[in-house]
Design a protein around this ligand. Structure first.
Ligand SMILES: Cc1cc2nc3c(=O)[nH]c(=O)nc-3n(C[C@H](O)[C@H](O)[C@H](O)COP(=O)(O)OP(=O)(O)OC[C@H]3O[C@@H](n4cnc5c(N)ncnc54)[C@H](O)[C@@H]3O)c2cc1C
Ligand code: SF4
Length: 508
C-alpha cells in the first residue's frame, strides 16, 4: 500500500494516506489519475475524513477502548464489547449523518468486522480451522493503523432465480479460481460498493445462502484496495457533474457526497492469513444474517440526514414567509415523527444487544429489520414533505452562473425575492440542498440506498415473518378468550421475546 501513514489520526492524515495508490478506476470512459484530486470523487473522500475528525473532536462518541489492542480506536474499527457499544455506534452514525448530509461509508466495514468475529469463531468450533485467530490479527492491524474497511457482500447475481453454481457465467458471483501454498486467487465482481475507492482494505463476503454445489463461492477474505487484479468502475450519481462546474451553489452540498463503484476482481491473490472462510458454505447464511442484523440498524445514519432535511424544510418555509402556517408546522412535526421512529427502532435494537459465544455483542434482529424497513419508506415521505414545503423552485431554479451574470443576475434577485430581509443567495442555497437530498447526488444516499442498501424491503419482510411467532401470539389471544382445547405451536416465546423479557445478562 503506497502511502498509508503509520497511524492515521485526522481527516487530513486520512486524505494523504489515499494518495499515490495507483488504483485502476474508470470514470467517464477514462482512467482516473488521482482520485483524491478529482472534483467528483473528492466530496466522498471528505465524508470519510469527517469520521476521523469526529473521533478527534468527540472522542467519547466516535472512538472506543479496544481490549484487543489496548488502544483507543476509531469506533468504526471497534468490536462491540457491550450493548452500550452498539448504542454508541448508532449515536455516532446519527451525528455523522447530521455533519455530512450523506453516506459517510464506513459502517459496512464496521458491521462486517463485528459479524465476522462471531462467525469465524463458530466456523472454527465446527471445523477446527483457525479463521478466528487470523481474523483477530487482521483487526489488530487495522485498529493500530486506523484504516478504512470496505464491506463487499453484494455480487452482480445475474439471473436472480438461480444460485451461483447455476449461472451461465460463474463470475457473476465472486469465487475461488485457484489456490497454492501461499493463498487463494479469486475472480468475479462486487456491485454497488460503498466507499470502496476510499477504503484501505476490502473484505469480500458471500451474498446469498449457499449449497454444497456453491463451495467455490463460499469465500471470505481481506484484500488491500490497491491489490493487483482489481478494477473499479465508478458509479454515476444524479447531478454528479455539477461538482465539476464553477461555483458551489448548484451542488447543494458541495463538500460532502457518497460513493459507489463496481469492483471487478481478476485472479486477485489473498494470502492464507487473510482468508476467513474457504468452502464452509453452510456458514454463508449465518454471516449474511449477522451482517444484515448489524447493518440494518446502522441505517439510523439516515436520521442524521433527516435532521438536515427537516432543518432545510423549516428554513425554506421561513425564507418563503410561511413558517407559522399551521399545515407547514404540522408537516415539520410529521417529518420529525417519521425520523424519530427510525431512530427509535435502531436504538432499541442496539439496546437489546446480547453477547455471542465469541464475546462480541449482536443487536436484536427483529428490531433491526423493523428499523431498516422503516428506512425503505420514511425518507421518501420526509422528502415528499420537504418538496411540498419548498415549492416548485426546488426544480426550476436557474443556475449559479445566471445568478452571477451582470444582466440575468439582477433580474433573478428581483424575481426570486422571498420574505423581506432574506438574502436571495441563501434562499437559492437551501433550495439546492433540498434538491441535492431528494433528487440530486445525496438522494442516492438518502433515498435509493435507503431502499436497497443492506437488502431490499422484501428481505426484511422475510426476516420479520420468520421471527413474528404468530402461533405464540394466537395462544395469548386464545388464553384470554378462554379457549383451552386449541393450542398452537410454538408454545414458548421465541428468541425475540426472550430478549424482550430478559432481565439478566446471558449468552443467547
Ligand atoms: C447506494 C447503495 C449502496 C450499497 N452499498 C453496498 C456495499 O457497500 N456493500 C455491499 O455489499 N452492497 C451494497 N449495496 C447493495 C445492496 O445490498 C443491494 O442493492 C441489495 O441487496 C439489492 O440487490 P440488487 O441491487 O442486486 O437488487 P435486485 O437483487 O436486482 O433486486 C431488485 C428487486 O428484485 C427482488 N428480488 C431479487 N431477487 C429476488 C429473488 N430471488 N426472489 C424474489 N425477489 C427477488 C428484490 O426484492 C427487489 O425488489 C448497496 C446498494 C446501494 C443502492
Ligand atoms: S448508508 Fe448509512 S449505514 Fe450504510 S455506510 Fe452509508 S452512512 Fe453507513
Amino acid at each position: 500500500m503506497a502511502n498509508v501513514l503509520k497511524t492515521i489520526r485526522t481527516g487530513d492524515d486520512y486524505i494523504e494516506s489515499l494518495r499515490g495508490r495507483d488504483l485502476k478506476i474508470y470514470l467517464f470512459g477514462e482512467l482516473v489519475k488521482e482520485p483524491v484530486d478529482h472534483p467528483m470523487i473528492r466530496p466522498s473522500i471528505n465524508a470519510v475524513a469527517e469520521t476521523y475528525d469526529l473521533a478527534v473532536r468527540e472522542e467519547e462518541l466516535a472512538s472506543a477502548n479496544s481490549s484487543l489492542t489496548g488502544l483507543k480506536v476509531n469506533r468504526f474499527l471497534h468490536i462491540a464489547e457491550s450493548a452500550q457499544d452498539l448504542v454508541l455506534q448508532n449515536k455516532m452514525q446519527r451525528k455523522l449523518g447530521q455533519n455530512t448530509g450523506t453516506c459517510f461509508q464506513r459502517c459496512v466495514g464496521m458491521d462486517a468486522l463485528n459479524s465476522l468475529h462471531s462467525t469465524t469463531f463458530e466456523i472454527d468450533e465446527k471445523h477446527g480451522t483457525d479463521y478466528h485467530k487470523r481474523f483477530l490479527e487482521f483487526v489488530k492491524m487495522v485498529q493500530k493503523e486506523n484504516l478504512v474497511i470496505g464491506g463487499a457482500m453484494t455480487d452482480p447475481k445475474g439471473d436472480r432465480s438461480k444460485g451461483p453454481a447455476e449461472q451461465d457465467d460463474p463470475d457473476l458471483f465472486t469465487r475461488i479460481v485457484d489456490k497454492d501454498e501461499k493463498g487463494i486467487y479469486v475472480s468475479g465482481a462486487k456491485a454497488h460498493q460503498t466507499g470502496c475507492i476510499n477504503s484501505h482494505w476490502i473484505i469480500l463476503m458471500p451474498t446469498v445462502r449457499l449449497t454444497e454445489n456453491d463451495k467455490d463461492w463460499a469465500i471470505v477474505g481481506a484484500i488491500p484496495a490497491d491489490a493487483k487484479g482489481v478494477t473499479y468502475i465508478y458509479g454515476r450519481q444524479s447531478c454528479d457533474t455539477r461538482s465539476m462546474e464553477e461555483g458551489d451553489i448548484d451542488d447543494g452540498n458541495a463538500k460532502y457526497g457518497g460513493q459507489e463503484a463496481l469492483i471487478i476482481l481478476d485472479r486477485v491473490f489473498i494470502p492464507w492469513e487473510k482468508v476467513f472462510m474457504n468452502g464452509e458454505y453452510e456458514f454463508a447464511s449465518m454471516l449474511i444474517e449477522r451482517f444484515t442484523c448489524y447493518h440494518r440498524r446502522s441505517y439510523v445514519c439516515k436520521t442524521g440526514l433527516g435532521d438536515v432535511l427537516i432543518g432545510a424544510a423549516a428554513t425554506i418555509a421561513d425564507y418563503n414567509g410561511v413558517p407559522k402556517v399551521s399545515h407547514i408546522k404540522d408537516k415539520i412535526i410529521e417529518m420529525t415523527h417519521l425520523n424519530e421512529t427510525i431512530f427509535a427502532a435502531g436504538l432499541a435494537s442496539s439496546h437489546q444487544g446480547h453477547k455471542m459465544k465469541s464475546g462480541v455483542y449482536l443487536n436484536d434482529d427483529m428490531l433491526a429489520q423493523v428499523c431498516k424497513h422503516n428506512v425503505t419508506r420514511f425518507p421518501y415521505e420526509i422528502s415528499r414533505l420537504a418538496q411540498d414545503i419548498a415549492g416548485g423552485l426546488v426544480v426550476t431554479l436557474p443556475s449559479e452562473k445566471d445568478f452571477r451574470h451582470p444582466e440575468a443576475g439582477p433580474l433573478l434577485k428581483k424575481y426570486l425575492a422571498g420574505r423581506k430581509g432574506v438574502d436571495i443567495e441563501n434562499r437559492m442555497r437551501i433550495l439546492r440542498l433540498i434538491e441535492n437530498m431528494t433528487l440530486g447526488r445525496n438522494a442516492v444516499g438518502y433515498l435509493t440506498e435507503s431502499m436497497h442498501g443492506a437488502g431490499s424491503p422484501q428481505a426484511q419482510r422475510i426476516q420479520i415473518q420468520r421471527q413474528m411467532q404468530v402461533g405464540y401470539k394466537k395462544n395469548l389471544a386464545k388464553h384470554l378468550a378462554g379457549i383451552t382445547n386449541d393450542v398452537e405451536e410454538p408454545r414458548e416465546p421465541s428468541e425475540y421475546f426472550k430478549r424482550v423479557f430478559k432481565t439478566k445478562e446471558s449468552v443467547l
